[in-house]
Design a binder for this molecule. Structure first.
Ligand SMILES: [Fe+2]
Ligand SMILES: [Fe+2]
Length: 159
């Protein structure tokens, strides 16, 4: 089964990504669009190759594609997009025929991708790390107002 293709063409996935685009239309900071989802997927896969982690590529891509699908809900209702996203992602995954076990592995990683101090699976750590590492903050024109750099932390090129 091509999980990636099935997620990308799922009507709910398309709808949620459009909601993200609508709520981030005037956003000065980095967006939570398909480009970001794909960047996370690719960096996550590179991390797995470098560390010889045996996480199936299709599960990595599924988690990366789905991890921010509830960002719009956070803007509208203040809900945690990681927690909310894991619920929405679980429904999509089961709907496209992913096994309950694989869906749980993916949704657990999504649930913990936002907060550094949350206990994570190895998969969850890769998602968390790739989510941060894929952002080219060093070139960002809004970096002075970004919450990630309020403590004087310096942006570095990640490679
Ligand atoms: Fe996120
Ligand atoms: Fe993200």
């Amino acid at each position: 089964m091509d999980i990636t293709a099935k997620i990308l063409e799922h009507p709910k996935y398309i709808e949620y990504m459009e909601c993200n685009a609508a709520t981030e239309k005037d956003r000065l900071f980095c967006k939570h669009d398909l480009q970001h989802a794909l960047d996370v997927a690719r960096v996550a896969y590179i991390i797995c190759l470098e560390r010889r982690l045996e996480i199936p590529k299709e599960l990595l891509y599924a988690a990366a594609l789905l991890h921010d699908i509830a960002k719009w809900k956070q803007y509208q209702h203040g809900t945690d997009h990681a927690l909310e996203g894991s619920i929405l992602a679980g429904k999509i995954l089961l709907d496209i025929g992913v096994s309950a076990g694989d869906a749980e592995v993916i949704t657990k990683a999504i649930k913990t991708h936002r907060q550094e101090n949350m206990e994570k699976s190895v998969f969850g750590k890769v998602l968390y790390e790739s989510d941060k590492a894929c952002r080219p903050c060093v070139f960002c024109k809004s970096i002075h107002a970004c919450h990630r750099f309020q403590d004087g932390k310096e942006a570095k090129m990640q490679y």
